[in-house]
Design a protein around this ligand. Structure first.
Ligand code: DQA
Length: 138
């Protein structure tokens, strides 16, 4: 059975209530239940943190044994050299995802420290971005 890990960065714990016109009204817990039911043939683990170092620790922890990582580093995408380096340092392929189309938003969201080290990037499909990334690992 393939082992996948979804890692969410800062403020994504508020999905479902946060800026719903951009991010939708489904909580991540509800969405996770849906995809776990739909993709029973894979093991899907989930980690969320608002703390940059904890996200780096998690990437290092799972990045040599898991088959794939789906990473939405949220605001740290645009600021964190450390997270970009962590993605580069591990063996497990990482797919960068974003719920919103970051390129149709403010200029500072056009920069990503994750992208150059990611296997691929899926941006702007709402929560479906995670599902498309998951499909690519199957
Ligand atoms: C986001 C886009 C980021 O720019 C933003 O800081 C987020 C969420 C997204 O999934 O659309 O928190 O990563």
């Amino acid at each position: 059975m393939k082992k996948l890990m979804i890692i969410n960065g800062p403020n994504l714990n508020l999905l479902g209530t946060r800026e719903t016109e951009i991010y939708g009204s489904l909580s991540f817990t509800e969405f996770l239940e849906e995809i776990k039911n739909k993709y029973k043939e894979v093991s899907i683990d989930y980690f969320q943190s608002n703390i940059e170092g904890e996200l780096i620790d998690k990437l290092q922890e799972v990045g040599f044994t898991y088959d794939g990582i789906i990473l939405n580093a949220a605001a740290y995408t645009h600021t964190s050299v450390g997270l970009g380096d962590a993605v580069k340092a591990i063996d497990t392929p990482v797919i960068e995802v974003h719920i919103s189309n970051t390129f149709s938003r403010e200029e500072f969201r056009h920069q990503s420290y994750i992208s150059p080290n990611a296997k691929g990037i899926i941006i702007g499909f709402g929560l479906q971005s995670y599902e498309l990334a998951l499909e690519s690992f199957l």
